[in-house]
Design a protein around this ligand. Sequence first.
Ligand code: FES
Length: 138
Amino acid sequence: MALYSEKVMDHFTNPRNVGKIEDADGVGEVGNAKCGDIMKIYLKIENDIIVDVKFNTFGCGSAIASSSMATELIKGKPISQALELTNKAVAEALDGLPAHKMHCSVLAEEAIRSAIKNYYDTHGIAYDKAQFPDPHED
Ligand code: FES
């Protein structure tokens, strides 16, 4: 079996939603402790709905594919749904990632959470801090 699924290869070679949103409502940037790679996510939010999302990464191919898929999964969705997105769900949507590449998909999940937290913080919206635990180190 090939190391990477066709979906991973597709999102890696043709990533969706790459770039920057100049007037973003929330921006999240996280680093991966394991490899030192960085991910940045920009969100445009209207009435609690993520109407646009873009990402930039200094990450590997799996990070690019994961972010591309993750942005597709949250675009047009309510914030509450985006907060529930796990890296496992992203990996499943990609038809799997090799075990040693699962940590790359964590970048996308954490950057989305961080961007939503930034949106809440910059817009004076109250939230339950328990929703945003410190990013894990593994
Ligand atoms: Fe760093 Fe994949 S090896 S994000």
